[in-house]
Design a protein around this ligand. Sequence first.
Ligand code: HEM
Length: 414
Amino acid sequence: MLRLAFVFFVQLMLCFSLVPGLAIAQQAVAQDAAAGAQIDRSSTGGAQNLNDILARQRGQALDDRFRSENTGNPDAAAAMTQQLGTLGGASDPELWRQLRYGTAEVKVSAGGDVAKVLVQDGGMRWQAFRDGPLRQYGAWLLLGTLAALGVFFLLRGRIRIDGEKTGRTVTRFKAVERFGHWLMAGSFIVLGVTGILSLVGRVIIAPYLGRAPNAALLDVGKWLHNVVAWGFMVGLAMIIVMWVAHNIPNRTDLVWLRQFGGIIGSAHPPAKKFNAGQKLIFWSVVLFGISISVSGVSLLFPYELPLFAKTFAALNGLGLPELFGFGALPVELAPQEEMQLAQAWHAVLGFVLMAIIIAHIYIGSVGMEGAYDAMGSGEVDEAWARQHHSIWLEEVQQKQADASVAGKASTPAE
Ligand code: HEM
């Protein structure tokens, strides 16, 4: 049941967020050749030769069906009389090919399906992705976001409260709302920092502080990451329960978006408790946060919660990958491949959410005068509330007026 719920969540996430790029990459080499001329393998009786090896070293995608489909069939083996011919049955290379392409009949007394996989070359692609594009694009995304915000701050400056503050305040967030927010925010920051360290510690810390300090730091970081993750999930659940009703899109959001929320320009479009920009933040946090949590739990309990094969099957069933020109996604994945995809997915979404949250932290602190009070003390000045959430302020004041009328009516006459 739990497993099904997880699968459902991930399917939802996959539909709404990024296209699963690594799966395509995992598949790419095994699929049709994308590059490289037809290689003449007659000299090796159909086996791979130097040209194949050179093409792989050049990073070209090779059509390796001549190997992957040539397993377990003694009739297809080169004849005894041929160069590199077998002795008429399965040869050693044949067995190794079967092991590599997962067609060998492996029996194990312990360890289950995981132990049956003796060769899993997807690990090489995963490692190349983790050490290369993931680090590189992740760093560019975060640094690019910081740079863009810096430029925006120089151009726009701090969004100030127009006119004088009134000195009268109104309660924007109750203590429990602030607790949920800070539990989620605090734990997300710890998760982001420890996650980045585990990805790049080896290249940015070890060369300067040494391997042993790096290992000790990452050990603590990993422990923190695993423990604090539960705090993030609790905080996330709290804000979903408390704020989801306020984040249903409505017509005022269109007006807000048309006027760029007053963030660009000087208009003050009306808004309820949350404006369209905040709703976008909320739904990003919810969708990405759930998906990161689900893939994180799958990593925390290795091989117990495989998510991707089932999700890909469901997506293939909907025809979505084909619609976007990716072809059918692989539905038979080795347990190790499931973990590699979970790691890649977890990290990619983590980077995207970190970039979104950096922008959110900017607008909630230096970017807008008076905003921080809402999450700090919970009280905001009426002038700020009128400027940014006029409909919400009217609703709150109306409720207060109704409550005081009701209070007076129920007070017995002396
Ligand atoms: C130091 C870091 C942070 C600061 C200063 C900050 C500040 C704020 C403030 C002032 C608000 C209320 C805005 C209003 O009154 O309308 C808010 C709301 C919110 N925060 Fe944060 N926040 C931080 C970190 C985070 C993190 C890490 C997350 C999620 C992982 C997060 C998620 C949210 C969400 C979903 C809302 C409601 C939607 C919105 O107002 O944009 N915050 N935050």
